[in-house]
Design a protein around this ligand. Structure first.
Ligand code: PLP
Length: 387
């Protein structure tokens, strides 16, 4: 299979797997245990925390390990809104194109009596910073805006939004899950107070992620934990740390940091090669941009009249996605493609193609040919077979 679904998840880098095997077999003691073996595990976890902190331009005490971006997003949003000393209803601002782990968390807050403003986006999937500013209220407890979209690759103007939220004294959370692989992510440059990402989108393990919370925010208004128990992660996230996964995530982060810009350019080249090949074979419409303001490795496009889900079942040689694979209820049309104003017909014919570390030019070309053949076959466009 030609795997081009790197927004859903990435294959684990062999260097990560090797680091995890060593960690799991040699560093298995509970990092909270006070004996020598525990202290060794603790030191390894703290080294991993330091690696992640340097990668984000954060302090080590600002990094919390979670089970992934879903937990990180839940903890950021509920932790801030529920963290106040009083129980009065608060207000949260987010966007229509966030991942469900943000949107559904906000919906749960709404059900609990809080108010939520879901801002619209333009045709490119971008939220207007001025719309964020206009939505701010005295009781606004949090703004949550993603760094880059998992379906249409749009990069949001997070730094511009941060200037406005900072001036208003409102914390800003950023789900950076899709951005950390290829974009420069520095929490100070972005100006965010909270930031989340997941290990498995960056060639690391599944089931582990990072939540950054600025010390300034923690000092002012400590987050309310979702999990209570042994007080791990400075009381914010109880439960014995998954040492091997944490070390695997830090190894994945080190590998990213090594050649980010070169790799981003290579991935953009693969995407261009794929689209160029496809253009010569079958008509398509782009649903995402391929220039400035979009992730370099991904593209969303529609084949007119096609049923993408059916197409993906038929083109077994290529693994891409229709709509968002992060969403198990894939039967309903993508909320992201709906938010950018696409007609249901165009959403039905949409696929997302995402290149990754182990993708090659030959794969880009083969994938384009296989998908084009599938589209032509299902549209009855295939050249008549000789009798
Ligand atoms: N946020 C974004 C933007 C994502 O693409 C995903 C993908 O699944 C998540 C959050 C959730 O990450 P996880 O499944 O690792 O919890």
């Amino acid at each position: 299979t030609i795997y081009l679904d790197h927004q859903a998840t990435t294959p684990m880098d062999p260097a990560v797997a090797a680091a995890m095997l060593t960690a799991a077999t040699e560093c298995f003691a509970n990092p909270s245990s006070p004996h020598a073996a525990g202290i060794r595990a603790f030191r390894e976890v703290e080294r991993a925390r330091g690696t992640v902190a340097r990668f984000l331009g954060a302090g080590r005490s600002e990094i919390y390990f979670t089970s992934g971006a879903t937990e990180g997003n839940n903890l950021a949003v509920k932790g801030v809104v529920g963290g106040g000393p009083d129980a009065r209803p608060r207000h949260v601002i987010t966007t229509a194109v966030e991942h469900k782990s943000v949107l559904d968390t906000c919906r749960s807050l709404r059900a609990a009596g809080h108010e939520v403003t879901v801002l619209p986006v333009d045709a490119a999937g971008r939220v207007d910073p001025a719309a964020v500013a206009a939505a701010l209220r005295p009781e606004t407890a949090l703004v949550s805006v993603m760094l880059a979209n998992n379906e249409i690759a749009t990069v949001q103007p997070v730094a511009a939004i941060a200037e406005l939220t900072r001036a208003a004294g409102v914390p800003l959370h950023c789900d950076a899950t899709q951005g950390v692989g290829t974009l420069a992510v520095d929490v100070r440059a972005l100006g965010v107070d909270l930031l989340t990402f997941s290990g498995h989108k960056i060639y690391g393990p599944k089931g582990v992620g990072v939540l950054y919370v600025s010390n300034a925010l923690s000092d002012r208004a400590p987050l309310a934990p979702l999990l209570h128990g042994g007080g791990q992660e400075r009381g914010l996230r109880a439960g014995t740390l998954n040492t091997a996964a944490v070390i695997g995530l830090a190894t994945a982060v080190e590998l990213l940091a090594a050649g980010r810009e070169r790799e981003a350019a290579r991935l953009a080249g693969l995407r261009a090669r794929f689209l160029g090949e496809l253009a010569g074979l079958v008509p398509y419409t782009l649903n995402s941009g391929t220039g400035e303001g979009f992730l370099p490795q991904a593209v969303n496009l529609s084949f007119a009249g096609a049923d993408a889900q059916q197409l993906l079942l038929e083109v077994t040689e290529v693994a891409v996605s229709s709509g968002s694979a992060c969403n198990s209820s894939a039967q309903e049309p993508s909320h992201v493609l709906t938010a950018i104003g696409l007609a249901p017909e165009r959403i039905r014919g949409s696929i997302r193609v995402g290149f990754g570390r182990f993708s090659t030019e030959a794969e880009a070309v083969r994938a384009a040919r296989a998908l084009a053949a599938g589209v032509r076959a299902s549209a009855g466009m295939a050249a008549a077979q000789p009798a």
